[in-house]
Design a protein around this ligand. Structure first.
Ligand SMILES: [Ca+2]
Ligand SMILES: [Ca+2]
Ligand SMILES: [Ca+2]
Length: 314
């Protein structure tokens, strides 16, 4: 969440207690964490002090292109491989659609419909929570996100991913009224739904971004007390947390029409317990492994990107 990161241990405790209660009520059971299903080792994946602080979201467009966002000053990066690390191919400042403001861009996702960023507020008006998604490639567009609880302006949407309609329909996904999801009911929304994670509660909100506005299709728990990034992978959704939850991740899949937590993993044992606000997986398997990428909002030891691996069979 930084910029202006606040020390709020009491708030975190309250959220944790609430999360335990929510699990106790049977909404979702995250279960005990198991070992990261990939290499325990990680390596630094950027040059020294390339990004500084506030790198909060990452997303693969392909095995050789990664998009990243900095939440302040609001910046979009396109990264390409450079030896065993990633380098900045291009970067640009982000604004809202009217060309003004400094979107507090906490997450990014590359989709077949373009590159999208989630913003929790305008840094130029930091006391006001303003959850939005911005389309930052091709034709610029923006959507206000309805249906989220009121939260601290810097604990709003922190995570974004995208789930293809083809998967949702193949799994008989249902909206929160219990009606089977039919993409044609949401004209103009593209070819999938956007999953947005709310830092303060760990809740996930699924939206159809239509020409006339964003429509909330479903909301569900991530199995995490807080959520910092989301990542869609083949047939499951990853929800990751930062050092507030020791870098733990959960996976969710559709069962009986609803997203439910299927696993909880510890971070790779050699990955430092730092401010891991971004997470992405390469779409490609090489020698049975996918590249996993984490961004560290605190730029610990002058590095904001670390890479490791996930077993493709995991
Ligand atoms: Ca923020
Ligand atoms: Ca954080
Ligand atoms: Ca993030």
């Amino acid at each position: 969440m930084p910029r202006g990161r606040e020390a709020v241990p009491l708030r975190i405790k309250v959220i944790s207690v609430f999360a335990v209660l929510a699990v106790g009520l049977g909404t979702t059971a995250a279960g005990a964490a198991t070992t990261w299903p990939g290499d325990s080792a990680v390596k630094v994946a950027d040059g020294s002090n390339v990004f500084g602080k506030n790198l909060s979201g990452v997303s693969f467009e392909s095995a050789g292109v990664v998009w990243a966002v900095k939440n302040g000053p609001s910046t979009l990066y396109r990264l390409v491989p450079s030896g065993s690390t990633w380098k900045v191919d291009s970067k640009r400042s982000l604004t809202f659609k009217n060309g003004e403001g400094d979107p507090d861009a906490e997450g990014v996702v590359s989709t077949p419909d373009g590159v999208f960023v989630v913003s929790e507020r305008d840094n130029d008006n930091g006391d006001v929570s303003s959850p939005m998604v911005l389309k930052v490639s091709g034709t610029v567009a923006e959507w206000k996100l309805p249906g989220m609880p009121s939260v601290d302006p810097n604990e709003g949407p922190e995570a974004i991913s995208w789930i293809p309609d083809s998967f949702l329909t193949s799994q008989n996904f249902k909206d929160d009224t219990g009606k089977p999801y039919v993409p044609a009911d949401y004209p103009g929304h593209g070819t999938g739904l956007f999953a947005v994670g709310l830092e303060a509660t760990g809740g996930i909100f699924l939206y159809a971004l239509q020409d006339g506005g964003a429509k909330l299709v479903s909301k569900f728990a991530s199995g995490q007390a807080q959520v910092m990034d989301l990542e869609w992978e083949n047939n499951r959704l990853w929800a990751t947390c930062d050092d507030n939850c020791s870098g733990r991740s959960t996976t969710l899949a559709i069962s009986d029409g609803k997203f439910k937590v299927t696993a909880t993993y510890d971070r790779p044992s050699k990955l430092p317990n730092v401010n891991l606000e971004g997470f992405a997986l390469s779409p490609s398997c090489v020698n049975g492994k996918k590249v996993a990428l984490w961004s560290d909002d605190d730029n610990t030891d002058k590095h904001a990107l670390r890479s490791g691996s996930l077993n493709c069979t995991a």
